[in-house]
Write a protein that binds this ligand. Structure first.
Ligand SMILES: [Zn+2]
Length: 191
């Protein structure tokens, strides 16, 4: 549990890591929203509920032939890799400046983009949402891992999934950041 580990180091040093960096509260809120969004399978009025049940159907179809977690996780991860392309969120105007936005896509928005263009445009949080949503609907146990390149800001997020054969939380990151070498501050949340 990387975050607990970080907290323990903080305790050892007599500091509150979260308070000191001040970013975990915002990151935790983002992960909470992602956690709620990723399992939503009801679609919306905008799509006239066209993608209702799509997450569940896709998850079950992709994992039907898998006889263990390694195969199921692999099938979902490959599908996401071939049906998405990386695209950072657009910059937005805020108080006269162009700043990073943090737009989160619902699964139905991702399915709609796949249907209309072949590949959905996803940044790291969108990738994590569709992966965790599919893992969850396949009956697996996913989570989100926010990581930091500089030890101060949680600037990247990836989905992971518990693999019961291997006894590990398998990181599934289309951008391929390795949390062990990316290092720094981390925050983990089960979906
Ligand atoms: Zn919708």
């Amino acid at each position: 549990m990387p975050h607990e580990f970080t907290q323990k180091i903080g305790e050892f040093l007599g500091i509150d890591i979260d308070k000191m960096f001040g970013t975990s509260v915002a990151a935790r809120q983002t992960l909470e929203v992602m956690k709620a969004l990723c399992v939503q399978d009801d679609c919306c009025q905008y799509h006239q509920y066209k993608y209702r049940g799509m997450l569940h159907q896709t998850a079950r179809r992709l994992t039907a032939a898998g006889s263990n977690d390694t195969q199921k996780i692999g099938a979902i991860f490959s599908w996401v890799l071939t049906h998405t392309r990386f695209q950072p969120d657009p910059k937005v105007q805020y108080q006269g400046k162009m700043v990073e936005s943090d737009y989160l896509k619902k699964p139905c928005v991702i399915f709609d983009e796949i249907e209309s263009t072949g590949k959905a445009a996803c940044d790291c949080d969108d990738h994590s949402i569709i992966l965790a949503g599919l893992f969850k609907h396949a009956g697996l146990h996913p989570g989100f891992l926010a990581i930091s390149g500089n030890g101060k800001y949680l600037d990247h997020v990836t989905a992971f999934c518990f693999n019961s054969e291997k006894g590990i939380n398998q990181v599934c990151d289309p951008q391929n950041f390795d949390p062990r070498t990316y290092g720094g501050k981390t925050l983990e949340m089960w979906v």
